[in-house]
Ligand binder design. Structure first.
Ligand SMILES: [Zn+2]
Length: 326
């Protein structure tokens, strides 16, 4: 899938393909939700397809394209972070293991099944463990003919510089607001403006998370304005503890950012939680900036901590107490 905001990047790749100057390794980087993975898949399909269309996209109907859509193409490997073997944790830390990378390197150095490209897409490549990255480095230093390794990452700085320096980089910024809104509307989203705001401008995140997350965001909103209505916010802590930790705490950071904006600027400044503006204005008036920043640091600290080490209900109780005493 080539999204409307990726035409420039696509054109660049197709030019290189035509000139037979495609690099052996490309790093697609940019914020989450900008469609990098879809682009990586389209690029791979384009190189493996037997009769690409005029703008270089895969035809979708040749034997190669059929194998790709069945996820059985022998010359295309797709890697993503997985849980460690024998992990008993409910929420294990996912990573790309060294044995998987070694297997991939062997595959890339053996000959292609269809006498064409051999391609690997490594999703969330920054989750490669150090030994894995070192193993991959050897293949990047001596790539075979017609091999392409596509690294996809939202955190390029977490990849070793030795890896990054051997890849051609292709950046995927968020599209302009109008392009993103047009696209979201075409996908049938009823409230594209709110969705895009909540997703910090990332159109795919806006599309994928919006419908289901509205209800969950509402739980947080009710907890955060409970104090204004003389209710106890703590009664929401159990419900909040059941939400995905990093996402729900990210929403709390949105509220904190909105408070800071309203405190520092005029009451009509641009905020994310537009629906709760009157509540946020009241909260901004009574709160103390130093305490807001302290809460911000506290939330970031919790986001960085692994879930295993946390009793989430206690964490939320702590956060709500801090919020109520801002
Ligand atoms: Zn095809």
């Amino acid at each position: 899938m080539i999204y409307p905001w990726q035409r420039e990047q696509w054109g660049k790749m197709m030019q290189l393909k035509q000139a037979q100057r495609l690099p052996h390794a490309i790093m697609l980087y940019g914020e989450e939700g900008s469609g990098k993975s879809g682009f990586a898949q389209s690029l791979s399909a384009s190189l493996l397809c037997r009769q690409p269309t005029q703008n270089g996209e895969a035809c979708g109907s040749c034997s190669s394209c059929h194998l790709i859509s069945a996820e059985t193409h022998p010359d295309l490997t797709y890697l993503k972070p997985i849980a460690p073997e024998n992990s008993k944790s409910k929420k294990p830390v996912l990573n790309i293991r060294i044995d998987v990378i070694r297997k991939l390197c062997t595959k890339l150095t053996s000959s292609s099944q269809f006498e064409g490209y051999r391609i690997a897409i490594i999703e969330n490549a920054d989750k490669m463990l150090v030994q894995g990255a070192n193993a991959l480095l050897k293949t990047l230093e001596e790539p075979g003919n017609q091999t392409l390794i596509v690294l996809v990452t939202s955190r390029p700085h977490r990849l070793p510089v030795t890896i990054r320096s051997r890849c051609q980089s292709l950046r995927f910024p968020h599209p302009s607001e109008s392009v993103a809104l047009d696209w979201l509307q075409a996908q049938g989203l009823k409230t594209p403006e709110i969705a895009l705001k909540y997703a910090h401008g990332a159109p795919l995140r806006a599309l994928n998370q919006h419908e289901e997350s509205l209800e969950q965001r509402e739980i947080l909103a009710r907890a955060l304005i409970a104090g204004l209505n003389g209710e106890s916010s703590l009664s929401y802590s159990a419900k909040l503890a059941n939400l995905p930790k990093d996402i729900s705490m990210g929403w709390l950071l949105d509220w904190i950012n909105d408070l800071v904006r309203l405190k520092n600027t005029e009451c009509n400044s641009d905020i994310i939680n537009e629906k709760n503006r009157p509540h946020l204005i009241k909260l901004a008036q009574k709160s103390d900036l130093k305490k807001i920043f302290a809460l911000n640091d506290l939330v970031i600290g919790y986001i960085r901590k692994e879930t295993i080490a946390l009793n989430l209900q206690l964490v939320w109780e702590n956060l709500l107490i801090s919020w109520d005493s801002l």
